[in-house]
Design a protein around this ligand. Structure first.
Ligand code: ADP
Length: 308
């Protein structure tokens, strides 16, 4: 059996317009790398952290917290060392913390010959999310672990539904380099919705899930609407309306806020359209003078994977 693994931990888009707090999807070409190594000393130790300024103490890093939750449930007598090579910027809205917490527990499980199910790994990784944002949410960690699109149907009990990925679907994500605290973007949300808005939202969520399963790109596009969160949260993202209009004008099926922002995602049918969409989104931030990163990525159907 192996003693260490080098893995790719994907970035993820959570919420996906009408799927606030329940839908997520894993990306293929954006993500972190980690090395997880078995050691005889009990505990979880972060020995290397490159690419971002983040705490290395076990109890302050999501990889450490998720790893300790794994260890507490396991009868393994030893411990693990973790090396983290961050490529995803923390707080960008594409699941930076989820990449680390899922990577840790997924590799530990592989190294011990899979004592836990993927659903149990989601629960351990959620402990990391609780450290990052105060809420043990699963909408980023579920797609990172299962791959593809996932729906968190229920938290009590935890019920995660993997959803089909249409073969030609490509994501474009733009990250304007401004800071929005997850707690701030949660604070401005209303806690009540009207029945009228609820009806629109669950109509769209049902439509989106049906469109993903039947690979009906028009239906996916029609369903990528958010009448509840986007109108409020988008106020915190400069140029959001223009970026969205640019993406749709360039042929995107739909466009919305990734996670709690400030990243904005668009889905397109095919890579050529996704590239045109990226160009249109970039032009908006070039015009208003905001630094940004752009990613174009296929959907990742496997989640975390071993690197050679
Ligand atoms: P994103 O907006 O990309 O989803 P998150 O909200 O998931 O970002 O997480 C960022 C927060 O988690 C930051 O406060 C960061 O300090 C904390 N954090 C702790 N450990 C890590 C880690 N290994 N990777 C990323 N963020 C971490």
């Amino acid at each position: 059996m192996k003693n260490e693994l080098r893995i790719f931990c994907p970035a993820t888009i959570a919420n996906i317009s009408c799927g606030f707090d329940v839908l997520g999807v894993a990306l293929d070409s954006v993500g972190d790398e980690m090395v997880i190594r078995k050691i005889s000393k009990k505990g979880v130790f972060i020995t290397t952290l490159e690419g971002q300024e983040l705490p290395m103490e076990t109890d302050k890093n999501v990889a450490g917290v998720a790893g300790m939750a794994f260890l507490a449930a396991s009868d393994y007598k030893g411990g693990f060392e973790i090396e983290i090579y961050k490529k995803i910027k923390a707080g960008s809205g594409i699941g930076s913390s989820a990449a680390s917490s899922t990577g840790a527990v997924w590799a530990m499980n592989e190294l011990l010959d899979r004592p836990f199910t993927t659903l149990q790994l989601v629960e351990f990784a959620m402990e990391g999310e609780k450290l990052a944002s105060g809420v043990a949410h699963a909408d980023n960690v579920a797609p990172a672990l299962f791959g593809g699109f996932t729906l968190v149907r229920s938290y009590e009990p935890l019920d995660i539904i993997p959803i089909n990925t249409p073969s030609e679907l490509v994501a474009t994500v733009i990250h304007p380099q401004i800071e929005i605290k997850t707690s701030d973007s949660r604070k401005i949300l209303k806690t009540n919705i009207t029945l009228k808005d609820g009806i629109k939202q669950w109509g769209n969520l049902g439509g989106l899930v049906a469109g993903l399963f039947t690979e009906d790109y028009d239906l996916i596009g029609r369903s990528l609407e958010d009448h509840i969160v986007e109108p409020i949260r988008s106020i915190l993202i400069p140029g959001f309306k223009e970026v969205k209009a640019g993406a749709l004008g360039a042929g995107a099926l739909g466009c919305g806020i990734s996670g709690s922002g400030p990243s904005i995602f668009a889905f397109s049918k095919g890579k050529d359209t996704a590239e045109k969409v990226a160009q249109a989104m970039k032009e908006v931030y070039q015009k208003i003078g905001i630094a940004h990163d752009v990613h174009i990525s296929k959907i990742n159907n496997v989640g975390i994977r071993i690197l050679k």
